[in-house]
Design a protein around this ligand. Structure first.
Ligand SMILES: [Zn+2]
Ligand SMILES: [Zn+2]
Length: 146
């Protein structure tokens, strides 16, 4: 003797298992997708604010270069006065003995006048050793109070 109740129960159980079988993988995949998207977004935000050290040369923020008047205060020498070698690190050419050259105060690295000024007007660091050009280097009276 079969009752309709038991048939109904088994069919609803089957529906439930079918529902679970369809829903659970979908929910799982959605969760994984969401987490993955979050991770990508997080990684993108992170890499923007904190570049991986070593892989990309550090770029000073915009407007950190030297002004024309600051460039004028930098030592201006000729190739024969350079003590740290006569290879210009900007254009990789040699600085001739009579070529005008720009000397970076502090580390004494030298470059063609044109090359050095072009670089230093955009970056206030030495292109060779990345030494920062501190403002006091432009004012000899402050550097040497006596
Ligand atoms: Zn040069
Ligand atoms: Zn230097």
């Amino acid at each position: 003797m079969r009752t309709p109740r038991s048939a109904k129960t088994s069919s609803s159980r089957m529906l439930l298992s079918v529902f679970l079988a369809l829903f659970l993988p979908c929910a799982g995949m959605s969760a994984v997708f969401l987490i993955y998207t979050c991770l990508l977004w997080y990684a993108a935000n992170c890499s923007q604010s904190q570049p991986v050290p070593g892989s990309v040369p550090e770029k000073p923020a915009k407007g950190e270069g030297l002004s024309e008047s600051e460039l004028e205060k930098l030592p201006r020498v000729t190739g024969k006065d350079l003590v740290m070698g006569t290879d210009c690190a900007v254009c990789l050419d040699e600085i001739g003995g009579d070529d005008p050259a720009r000397l970076v105060p502090g580390c004494n690295h030298g470059f063609h006048l044109q090359c050095g000024d072009t670089w230093l007007s955009k970056h206030s660091v030495c292109p060779v050793c990345r030494a920062k050009l501190e403002p006091e280097l432009f004012d000899p009276s402050e550097a040497n109070p006596c």
